[in-house]
Design a protein around this ligand. Structure first.
Ligand SMILES: Cc1ncc(COP(=O)(O)O)c(C=O)c1O
Length: 382
């Protein structure tokens, strides 16, 4: 059995990142400044979007994006129940209703056919999530949005570096929200970025992330700055500090290498798990490049002889960490009490949830770690 505990995720931080953060700490400028601007420039260049706006979290990115796309109290926003709770929370916080629709059984992404059925006169926007880093069927989703005059905001928290028909997620024309939470493909500690092509919306996002101040508000303590500012719209405190951004600048320089590593590890998992009846891995669809943020497997308890909860426990006893992505939003008590959702509303999501478990996946893992995970799975089967 494996001697040390294999964490489910571990950030890839080297001396280069540490040096960059220390340089910022010594620079005398800690909040949003040159490093945040540089990080934005590099994010825009990487995703081939015209603008990138750095914020304090992926959640803040989603919230501001929906706001800028005009989501208001009384509106409906269509999204997947198979996501992290912040995707639904931001819709609620804007006073709109999260309208969940079920997922596809093979990709676990939102099902475009079901989106069509959920559109009402109140629908304002679609909020698809690129689950695990495999892009949603954006062409179909965009076509639906155009036909019904809806806005699209992409939750790309998992999908930095993912590609759809050869184009990077983030550069496809919608407001696209990335997360730099520590488990993500790159991290800023905490942080998020919105990429987009519309200059007017980018400017508004920049104001809204810092109280609604004019875009140079942060410069007011510098020699060229001025103490004077005006507020024309009440904003939020969602800016990204230079401490966080300097970490992101270094991490972003490594994104392709980090994602290649994730991809190689994912392929090894796929190969080694292929022979185990009762375990299904996520299949990649044609034209998609996944960023492999997570490696979920689906456990068919009837075939494997052990269910997901038991497998999680057995793996833990064998020093293997795991996680579950995700507890469906509509099963959370708040969403049931507030919006009337019930168990049974989204059968595909609930079936997938009952068997899903994410195995350890991070760039610092070696092939032997994969061997340990696979051996532990085999050993757990009765
Ligand atoms: C699908 C999804 N959306 C949104 C978020 C929110 O990102 P953050 O934690 O940076 O606010 C996360 C992750 O944490 C996520 O997994």
């Amino acid at each position: 059995m494996r001697k040390s505990y294999l964490k489910f995720s571990f950030p890839h931080i080297t001396q280069v990142e540490i040096n960059a953060v220390v340089r910022t700490l010594k620079s005398g400028w800690l909040t949003s400044g040159e490093q945040a601007r540089l990080f934005e420039e590099k994010m825009a260049a990487y995703t081939q979007a015209r603008h990138a706006v750095a914020v304090s979290s992926g959640t803040a990115a989603l919230f501001l994006s929906l706001l800028v796309e005009g989501v208001q109290p009384g509106d409906e926003v269509i999204t997947t129940p198979f996501t992290f709770i912040s995707t639904a929370n931001v819709i609620h916080h804007l006073g709109a209703k999260p309208v969940f629709v079920d997922i596809e059984e093979d990709t676990y992404n939102i099902d475009p056919e079901r989106i069509k059925q959920a559109i009402s006169l109140k629908t304002r926007a679609l909020l698809p999530v690129h689950y695990s880093g495999q892009p949603c069927d954006l062409r179909r989703i965009m076509a639906i949005a155009r036909r019904h005059k809806l806005r699209v905001v992409e939750d790309a928290a998992h999908a930095l570096g993912a590609e759809y028909s050869g184009k990077k997620v983030g550069g496809l024309g919608n407001l696209t929200c990335f997360s730099m939470f520590p488990t993500k493909n790159i991290t800023t500690g905490e942080g998020g970025v919105i990429t987009l092509n519309n200059s007017h919306k980018a400017q508004r996002l920049r104001r809204l992330r810092l109280h609604g101040m004019s875009k140079d508000g942060w410069k007011r303590y510098k020699k060229e700055g001025s103490w004077y500012y005006e507020i024309h719209e009440a904003g939020y405190k969602y800016n990204l500090s230079d401490i966080n951004a300097s970490l992101g600048v270094v991490q972003l320089g490594k994104i392709d290498a980090l994602n290649d590593r994730r991809t190689r590890l994912a392929r090894t998992y796929q190969r080694k798990l292929a022979g185990i009846p009762g375990i299904k891995t996520l299949a990649l669809q044609p034209g998609m490049k996944s960023s492999w943020h997570i490696f979920p497997i689906y456990v068919d308890a009837d075939v494997l002889g052990i269910d997901r909860n038991r497998l999680v426990k057995e793996l833990y006893l064998r020093n293997i960490g795991t996680s579950v992505h995700f507890i469906p939003c509509h099963l959370q008590p708040f969403y049931q009490d507030r919006y009337g959702y019930r168990g049974g509303d989204f059968p595909v999501t609930e079936k997938v949830y009952s068997g899903i478990v994410s195995l350890p996946l991070f760039p610092g893992m070696v092939q032997n770690d994969i061997n340990d995970v696979v051996a532990a799975i085999k050993d757990s089967i009765p």
